[in-house]
Design a protein around this ligand. Structure first.
Ligand SMILES: NC(=O)c1ccc[n+]([C@@H]2O[C@H](COP(=O)([O-])OP(=O)(O)OC[C@H]3O[C@@H](n4cnc5c(N)ncnc54)[C@H](O)[C@@H]3O)[C@@H](O)[C@H]2O)c1
Ligand SMILES: [Zn+2]
Ligand SMILES: [Zn+2]
Length: 361
């Protein structure tokens, strides 16, 4: 018997999202059904709605979520009914080329549920990032469930499922920020502020926040930014060099996903520095750089899939740091809303009024 629940669906390119009745099948082998307690609104959900990811409409949106396992299918051993979990969108397979090389963070064959959730008329839904958690229940692969300490409230813990993990990981995993290094973060939304918090956790001593909104820059200071630059008013590269003895930063993180921003990050770094792209560009975007600058500047240009995280290693670690008062997950939650308010939350995100709106069920 399928579960009948409410979910937030994007039916066609750019159209406002609607609340639909969706059918969630009983979990099959290796699958789990999760009662969603909270799910953050990430910019990637808006990318889906706008057709920036692919054209597989209708999408069941939402993917930054925490909840409780309601049912598990045959062969599931990593979680049981009643477990408190944060959902992840990269359940590693253990068998692909990357996994066999001992690099599961790059897994090329991550797991999602094999069965499909549908609209009431049987139309198959594409769950955002294989999750689809703006819904009372969702169906995932059991590997997408990571058990964490239930003392962490869902509205905050769920954010680890995407944006916060991507940002923290961009700094500590991909950028490998070291104690005493300098870091610039471009774009101070949920992802960028998490990168700032990650840089602080890693011991960076100069953390430069760059955004085009003064409000966002003010918030960035709360996460650990030591300097701020409004790049709509000031040349970001020059300003960053000014804060770093004329050299540029050790690690520059693009948390916007725009060629112009990437270019700024590229030039804002010191010789042999690392540039990290964690913001997601749209398929039409192109970057042109002088080849000699790529060679001459040395260092590394890296993209950061999900902050190069391993959910089973990183989610419980960050929840522990949160519960110890060393990592302020609550500060990312600007407001809690209902399922009906997702469209309005996109509008607020677009206007830059919130860091994270979080749907609480
Ligand atoms: N790599 C991953 O695994 C991963 C995971 C989650 C999200 N993302 C991506 O990260 C990006 C940020 O997501 P978010 O949820 O933080 O979005 P957001 O909308 O909350 O934040 C974006 C920020 O960038 C700022 N900005 C916009 N244009 C700018 C510019 N030209 N220069 C400087 N700042 C600018 C905005 O003012 C805003 O503060 C998105 O592209 C999202 O899709 C990537
Ligand atoms: Zn794999
Ligand atoms: Zn996301």
């Amino acid at each position: 018997m399928a579960y009948e629940v409410r979910g937030v669906v994007a039916r066609s390119k750019g159209a406002p999202v609607t609340i639909e009745t969706i059918l969630v099948p009983d979990p099959g082998p290796g699958e789990a059904v999760v009662d969603i307690a909270a799910c953050g609104v990430c910019h990637t959900d808006l990318h889906y709605r706008e057709g920036g990811i692919n054209d597989d409409y209708p999408f069941l949106l939402g993917h930054e979520a925490a909840g409780t396992v309601a049912a598990v299918g045959e062969g599931v051993t990593n979680v049981a009914v009643g477990d408190y979990v944060v959902l992840n969108w990269r359940a590693v397979c253990g068998q692909c080329r990357a996994c066999l090389k001992g690099e599961p963070k790059y897994c090329f064959d991550t797991h999602n549920a094999a069965q499909k959730m549908t609209l009431a008329d049987g139309t198959e839904l594409s769950p955002a990032l294989g999750i689809g958690a703006f819904a009372e229940k969702t169906l995932v692969h059991s590997g997408q469930c990571t058990k964490v300490d239930p003392a962490a409230p869902a509205a905050s813990a769920g954010l680890l499922g995407c944006g916060v993990m991507a940002g923290v990981g961009a700094a500590i995993n991909t950028g490998a920020v070291q104690r005493g290094e300098s870091v610039a973060v471009f774009g101070c939304g949920g992802v960028g502020d998490a990168a700032i918090a990650g840089a602080e956790l890693a011991g960076a001593t100069t953390i430069i926040a760059v955004d085009i909104s003064d409000t966002k820059l003010e918030w960035a200071r709360k996460f650990g930014a030591t300097h701020t630059v409004n790049s709509a008013e000031t040349d970001a590269v020059e300003a960053i060099k000014g804060f770093t003895g004329g050299f540029g930063v050790d690690v520059a993180i693009d948390a916007v996903g725009h060629p112009k921003v990437f270019e700024q990050a590229f030039y804002a770094r010191d010789l042999a520095g690392r540039v990290v792209m964690v913001g997601v560009p749209t398929p039409d975007m192109e970057i042109t750089l002088p080849a000699i600058e790529i060679f001459g500047r040395g260092g590394a240009i890296k993209s950061s899939w999900y902050g190069d995280c391993l959910p089973s290693r990183d989610f419980p670690m960050l929840v522990d740091l949160y519960l110890q008062g060393r990592f302020d997950l609550d500060a990312f939650v600007s407001e809690t809303i209902g399922l009906d308010d997702v469209e309005a939350a996109f509008e607020k995100m677009h206007k830059g009024e919130v860091l994270r709106s979080v749907v609480v069920l």
